[in-house]
Design a protein around this ligand. Sequence first.
Ligand SMILES: CC(C)(COP(=O)(O)OP(=O)(O)OC[C@H]1O[C@@H](n2cnc3c(N)ncnc32)[C@H](O)[C@@H]1OP(=O)(O)O)[C@@H](O)C(=O)NCCC(=O)NCCS
Length: 165
Amino acid sequence: MTEAAKVTVRQAVEEDSAALIELERTAFDSRSGFPSFRTAVRESFFTERCQPEHVLVAVDGDEIIGFARLTDKYPFVEGAGVLMVGGLAVAPTARRRGVGSALLEAVEAEGRRRGARKISLNVFGVNTEAQRLYAKHGYVVEARQTAEFTIDGELMNDLGLALFL
Ligand SMILES: CC(C)(COP(=O)(O)OP(=O)(O)OC[C@H]1O[C@@H](n2cnc3c(N)ncnc32)[C@H](O)[C@@H]1OP(=O)(O)O)[C@@H](O)C(=O)NCCC(=O)NCCS
């Protein structure tokens, strides 16, 4: 567990599913996530490849105020040792008080615990807030992909970032 200010970061449990679905729906917008993912109807936050043990949640008391998914990037042996942050979000009402940073510290600690050499993630080119957060935590730009997605009718650039452990 990691403590920062009033925030505690712990591993998710099955019972967090509904709160995590709601947080994912409200935390992302078209500058930070795919609209089609936000509107998708899901019975569970968790999937075959992303079980509760692959999700870190930030809590303030009983309330879940942030999460990070940390899964294997590749589902095959040659890609072992590379993890992927496939979603990092903080509730809009809990931002700019270190919750995202606490989650990234926990991600790094968990990556080391799992013996990873590298943590990868993707961020939209317009999402400069998140890019600043990742840069503060040592993530470097590995890939710049131009016109990678179409979001709300506009072409979107995407960056691939990595933290080397
Ligand atoms: C990006 C996000 C996770 C940041 O969470 P947070 O809890 O507000 O982040 P922190 O308080 O730990 O911020 C740490 C640093 O990140 C940078 N940062 C975070 N939000 C920022 C903003 N809105 N504008 C500028 N810099 C910002 C700052 O350098 C900040 O340090 P400071 O507050 O001392 O200036 C949150 O804004 C969020 O959930 N956004 C929507 C989802 C998203 O973009 N996820 C990432 C997709 S790849």
